[in-house]
Design a protein around this ligand. Structure first.
Ligand code: E4P
Length: 223
């Protein structure tokens, strides 16, 4: 399973890259706003210099023609830019046009299996089901991922499934068990993936035992 970082924060991307598991980055207008950015082009360029994998940049236009135009401008920033379009009828028409031009599209704000089927049929390279936001309204977001993976497998769609709106390591675990292609993960959750209280406790005990043994050796050498 590939790990994308769900952020527009440069420090987080740099830190994640040092561990060797940065397979791509996803951004959205809210993540850009969190960084105080209103014109995303410069930040997307910076991110593309740090990530060899796909970098999703979301369009703000809402009608097909304007979406295609904005998407083409974003795609010119770097060869690994993937344009993010919402799952709306104009968004699907723009996805089809852009796919035919060879521009990779990540269809975002996907909340149902049938929406994901439409995205794949329109030619999306990626589809982003938002699991956390479904959990927030009392549904099981990971059920949606399971359904999408089954549908895409039934019809051999090549569209890759990006599990998005991840809130906890449990989402990542279930995505891996289901066999989703990608998780896009906030940095805080990446840290949670690495952390286990028994690892910390075990390490502290190993270091204490080593220090005690060294102290005993020093003590017996002195007598
Ligand atoms: C990524 O593609 C999505 O935009 C992001 O994961 C949404 O996450 P949120 O529901 O926490 O805002």
């Amino acid at each position: 399973m590939k790990f994308f970082l769900d952020t527009a924060n440069i420090d987080e991307i740099k830190r994640c890259a040092t561990f060797g598991f940065l397979d791509g980055v996803t951004t959205n207008p809210s993540l850009m706003a969190r960084e105080g950015i209103s014109d995303q082009a410069e930040r997307i360029k910076e991110i593309c210099e740090l990530s060899e994998g796909p970098v999703s940049a979301e369009v703000l236009a809402t009608d097909t023609e304007a979406m295609v135009e904005e998407a083409r401008t974003l795609a010119e920033i770097a060869p690994n830019v993937v344009v993010k379009l919402p799952l709306t009828m104009p968004g699907l028409a723009a996805t089809r046009e852009l796919a035919e031009m060879g521009v990779a599209v990540n269809v975002t704000l996907v909340f149902s299996p049938l929406q994901s089927l439409l995205a794949a049929k329109a030619g999306a390279a990626f589809v982003s089901p938002f699991v956390g936001r479904l959990d927030d309204i009392g549904q099981d977001g990971m059920d949606l991922v399971e359904n999408i993976v089954s549908i895409y497998s039934n019809y051999a769609f090549e569209t890759e499934v990006i599990v998005a709106s991840i809130r906890s390591p449990q989402h990542v675990l279930r995505a891996a068990l289901i066999g989703a292609d990608i998780c896009t993960i906030p940095f805080k959750v990446i840290e949670q993936l690495a952390s286990h209280p028994l690892t910390d406790k075990g390490l502290a005990a190993f270091l204490a035992d080593h220090q005690n043994a060294a102290a005993r050796k020093g003590h017996s050498a002195a007598h």
